[in-house]
Each structure stands twice: as C-alpha cells, then as structure tokens.
Design a protein around this ligand. Structure first.
Ligand SMILES: [Zn+2]
Length: 109
C-alpha cells in the first residue's frame, strides 16, 4: 500500500471493511488481501498484518492458529466489541453516503 495514493485517509475505510467481513466469518490474511484488491485497495502483507494486529490489540478482532497440513494459518474474526463497532460504523457510513450522494439538505438550507 506504500504506493497507494491517499493511503492514510483510506486506511479508516479499509479497517471498516476488515471489520465488516470479520463480523460475518473467519478469514485469513491472504484472503483479505485478495478481497481488498477486489475493492481497489492494493495492500502488501507488510501493511495488512500490522493493521490486523492493531485491531486485535484494540480488542476488535481475535485470532487463532489453525493447522493446515504442515503449516499453520492464522484465522481472524470479530469480537463482540468488533461487531458493535461494525454496527456503529455502518450507521455512520450510511450517513456519509447519503451526504455524498446529495440526498440530504445541506447545513443551513
Ligand atoms: Zn468485501
């Protein structure tokens, strides 16, 4: 993501995207990299994993190691706090989208 333009601003949206999927199902890092790429976000493992770890430290995600043949894979999913944050974020994103689409009166109108 070092090459991605406006990365600091977009990081918030990427976090919300991660939280959205984590609230629905377990995922592993490589899957999330592909999923985010599908949405136009180019992230390297070196950018994604620190984000996942930070979300885990903040209590929004939990992870566990799962054996896969001879290797291990770390699976992530949302905690109760993460699901709550996802609900709040959803409301706020809907609010923002309404504004971006001009479906609300502007302030002072
Ligand atoms: Zn998605």
């Amino acid at each position: 993501m070092a090459k991605m333009k406006h990365q600091e601003l977009l990081k918030g949206l990427i976090r919300l995207h991660i939280l959205h999927h984590a609230s629905q199902e377990e995922f592993y890092g490589q899957w999330m990299i592909h999923e985010l790429a599908r949405h136009g976000y180019t992230l390297s493992p070196g950018t994604l994993y620190p984000m996942l770890h930070a979300l885990e430290r903040s209590g929004y995600l939990k992870s566990k190691r799962k054996r896969l043949g001879r290797t291990f894979r770390r699976l992530y999913r949302a905690t109760a706090l993460g699901r709550e944050a996802n609900r709040v974020a959803k409301i706020q994103v809907r609010e923002l989208i309404g504004e971006l689409h001009g479906s609300r009166r502007s302030a002072g109108a």
